[in-house]
Design a protein around this ligand. Structure first.
Ligand SMILES: *[C@@H]1O[C@H](CO)[C@@H](O)[C@H](O)[C@H]1NC(C)=O
Ligand SMILES: *[C@@H]1O[C@H](CO)[C@@H](O)[C@H](O)[C@H]1NC(C)=O
Ligand SMILES: *[C@@H]1O[C@H](CO)[C@@H](O)[C@H](O)[C@H]1NC(C)=O
Ligand SMILES: *[C@@H]1O[C@H](CO)[C@@H](O)[C@H](O)[C@H]1NC(C)=O
Ligand SMILES: *[C@@H]1O[C@H](CO)[C@@H](O)[C@H](O)[C@H]1NC(C)=O
Ligand SMILES: *[C@@H]1O[C@H](CO)[C@@H](O)[C@H](O)[C@H]1NC(C)=O
Ligand SMILES: *[C@@H]1O[C@H](CO)[C@@H](O)[C@H](O)[C@H]1NC(C)=O
Ligand SMILES: *[C@@H]1O[C@H](CO)[C@@H](O)[C@H](O)[C@H]1NC(C)=O
Ligand SMILES: *[C@@H]1O[C@H](CO)[C@@H](O)[C@H](O)[C@H]1NC(C)=O
Length: 654
């Protein structure tokens, strides 16, 4: 009986032990990292069950046979590998991802390429930074029918031939940044029917005469020397969504495929607009197109007709050479939401849209989806009111570093037509027409006068008026937007407290008044301020009841660079108690008599710094006490004396 029980217990024990063991076997190390361990060789006693092995950042020079039948990922990047023996990968039956970047694989091509050719099931290969020539790259890419991803950045490739990828036709993503590629033979990428992403940035490609890769979704040609980009018109549907042609030498807009899905077009830092105004530029690129396509007669505006079909939402044209805004071309892009036109040389936006007929005076065209427009640093002094009318959906308007003067609000003007007539020649900009506008940046425009109701009828949420050192701000300048405004920046406007009066703004949470000459905060307590910056002003103290009034929401306050009086700093104690963050507290000083005191230090022992202040007060009351005592004694003495006198006189009367 006991024996039977004992055997049962044993059975139970062994069962649970078994479960325990099995649990353990699931926990074996699938992954091992030897990153940066000063290894000169691959370690000998590796666990055969490993799935991932990281040997990067060591000094390994040779790779011989490794037996890791379950290994899927091997990282040998940043070693000094120059020899891989032919059979090195033979016993890595599961290997799918191999990182060999930053080695010296341009050596021992015979043996290395045989080794690499033996792993046909590889899905991802990184052979960047190995000094590879065109020929060695081709050798390493043989027998790679399963390869999806290939990285070959920073090698010495110059010419891509149609035989390069002939045994790796399953590629989906190729990155060949930072080589010396100047020639791409026809048929190099065309047969790669799965190819979606191609990055050729930082090479020497000079022109794309006929873009035929309709399977691509992403093409990066940034930082080459591309002068023009042209696609032959056909009825194929191109899948391209992102095209980066930034930092090139484009003189003309690219002629994109007729049927495309382009959403993001990066054209910043080119030479667009350098030669001609819009009309000439358009006809020249059409001429060029027909010349490249060997068509004799130029009849069609291919640029415009193809751009009209483009579902573009984002375009970056910053840092080009535009002297006029390409109104007609850009208005073809009816889905365009974001346009970065900063750092060009516009100076003015004139409505030079060609009329359809002689009778038509100013033809109004629109940018029907444009929400975010960046015109920073264009030297703009004039913007046609018809241009403002065209911005029917504008949300964010960046006009930083121009010379724009906001117009006064003219109440009697209701229809846009009369606004046109009034302002057509005037040099001010009537923001009141932009009813959807939420974010406006007018920093550094040398604004002279901000008139009453300057932004009325907009929906402004944030307004930046910084760096307008000569700006006179009307008391009612913000009327009409004081209910909606959440962020206001008026730093570096050289204003004193008497120059500045702010209305009650019940939505304002961020206020930046730094770098002025304010000696009091001109804000009424009615804003739920969360962040306030009053750095570098002339504040001596802050109104404690104001601080208490805004304390409910206040999180952060910047205060350094003022003339605070140490002994009048109840506000500081209040802020400290309310746990408001004062990030620049350690750089803040206050004045006590003639000496400056570090405010952090002051807060720790405030009583000792204002001792003189307190002492004089104590002295004062002590003196008062003596005087009162003195008067009391004299009075008592007098009373006693007179009474005595009276008493001695009575017998005389009786
Ligand atoms: C290969 O390793 C390098 C770092 O050594 C890393 O930057 C790169 O992204 C890796 N390649 C892949 C495809 O993960
Ligand atoms: C190509 O790869 C397959 C699968 O990995 C392999 O069996 C074959 O030997 C390789 N061919 C050459 C020529 O190395
Ligand atoms: C294109 O490549 C450049 C250079 O690596 C990179 O800076 C840029 O972000 C890429 N463009 C896009 C749209 O991804
Ligand atoms: C617009 O372009 C400028 C200059 O290239 C750049 O600094 C800025 O970040 C861009 N702005 C947006 C919103 O993309
Ligand atoms: C309006 O502008 C045109 C062209 O710039 C100029 O010739 C004309 O004198 C201006 N009219 C007024 C009233 O400023
Ligand atoms: C306030 O504006 C100044 C520029 O005058 C800037 O340096 C500072 O970072 C801004 N403060 C905050 C909190 O953003
Ligand atoms: C600010 O205003 C004062 C007094 O009007 C003037 O002396 C000073 O030059 C102004 N500073 C700037 C940067 O314009
Ligand atoms: C202090 O602020 C309160 C409320 O914000 C205001 O009523 C009072 O006039 C201010 N006192 C001074 C001296 O500015
Ligand atoms: C003020 O004191 C704090 C803490 O002792 C210190 O970190 C900070 O550097 C000092 N600031 C100045 C301007 O001396």
């Amino acid at each position: 009986m006991v024996r039977h029980m004992f055997s049962n217990v044993l059975l139970l024990w062994s069962l649970s032990y078994d479960i325990y063991i099995t649990g353990l076997t699931f926990d074996y190390p699938k992954e091992q990292s030897w990153n940066n361990q000063n290894l000169y060789f691959v370690p000998q006693d590796l666990d055969v069950r490993l799935r991932r092995l990281d040997l990067s950042n060591n000094f390994i020079r040779q790779l011989h046979t490794v037996v890791l039948p379950y290994l899927q990922q091997l990282d040998l990047s940043s070693n000094q590998l120059d020899l891989i023996s032919e059979g090195a990968f033979e016993n890595l039956a599961q290997l799918e991802e191999l990182n060999l970047s930053r080695n010296a694989l341009d050596n021992n091509l015979g043996s290395n390429s045989k080794a690499l050719q033996s792993i046909g099931r590889l899905k991802s290969l990184d052979i960047s930074m190995n000094g590879l020539s065109d020929y060695s790259a081709e050798m390493y890419l043989r027998n790679k029918s399963s390869l999806n991803q290939l990285k070959m950045t920073g090698n010495a490739l110059t010419r891509l031939s149609h035989s390069l990828f002939k045994e790796s036709k399953g590629l989906r993503a190729i990155t060949m940044e930072n080589n010396l590629i100047s020639v791409i033979e026809e048929g190099t990428f065309e047969p790669l029917s799965q190819l979606e992403m191609l990055n050729l940035a930082k090479n020497n490609i000079a022109q794309i005469c006929d873009f035929t890769l309709h399977q691509l979704k992403y093409l990066n040609l940034s930082r080459n020397s591309v002068e023009f980009f042209v696609s032959r018109e056909n009825d194929l549907l191109y899948r391209l969504e992102v095209l980066d042609l930034s930092f090139n030498k484009l003189l003309y807009f690219p002629i994109v495929p007729k049927m495309n899905q382009l959403k993001y077009l990066h054209l910043q830092n080119n030479m667009l607009g350098a030669l001609h105004l819009e009309a000439a530029m358009v006809s020249e690129v059409n001429y060029l197109y027909h010349e490249i396509m060997n068509e004799k007669i130029v009849t069609k505006n291919t640029l415009h007709s193809n751009w009209r079909l483009m579902p573009l939402v984002y375009m970056d044209l910053s840092n080009n050479h535009f002297r006029s805004f390409p109104l007609e071309t850009l208005s073809r892009l009816t889905f365009l939401e974001t346009l970065n036109f900063s750092y060009n040389c516009l100076q003015s936006i004139i409505w030079n849209v060609r009329p359809y007929s002689d009778r038509e005076y100013h033809r109004q065209i629109f940018f029907p989806s444009l929400k975010h427009l960046n015109l920073q640093s264009n030297g703009l002094a004039y913007i046609s009111p018809l241009f403002l009318n065209a911005l029917t959906q504008i949300d964010t308007f960046n006009l930083q570093d121009n010379s724009v003067q906001p117009c006064a609000h003219t109440d009697h003007l209701r229809s846009s037509e009369s606004t046109q007539q009034i302002h057509l020649n005037g040099s001010c900009v009537a923001f009141q027409t932009l009813s959807t506008l939420k974010h406006l940046n007018l920093e550094g425009n040398n604004i002279k006068m901000l008139n009453a109701n300057a932004f009325q009828e907009t929906s402004l949420v944030s307004l930046n008026l910084a760096r307008n050192a000569h700006m006179v701000m009307h008391v009612s300048a913000l009327d009409g937007v004081q209910e909606t405004l959440q962020s206001l920046i008026i730093s570096e406007t050289n204003m004193t407290s008497s120059d500045l009066s702010l209305p009650c703004m019940p939505a304002l949470t961020h206020l930046n008044m730094s770098n002025n000459r304010l000696d009091s905060i001109p804000s009424s307590g009615c804003s739920p301020l969360r962040e306030i910056d009053i750095r570098n002003n002339r504040l001596v103290s802050l109104n404690n009841s104001f601080i208490s009034a805004i304390s409910a929401h206040l999180r952060v306050m910047f205060i350094s660079g003022n003339d605070f009086n140490c002994c009048d700093s109840k506000w500081l104690t209040t802020l400290d108690e309310l746990k408001v963050k004062l990030p620049d507290m350690s750089g803040t000083e206050c004045f006590s008599g003639d000496s400056r005191v570090n405010m952090t230090v002051y807060l720790r022992s405030s009583s000792s710094y204002c001792l003189f202040h307190n002492k004089s007060q104590a002295l004062h009351s002590w003196q008062m006490f003596i005087v009162v005592l003195f008067v009391f004694v004299i009075l008592t003495f007098l009373i006693i004396f007179t009474r005595k006198l009276c008493c001695t006189q009575i017998p005389f009367v009786v």
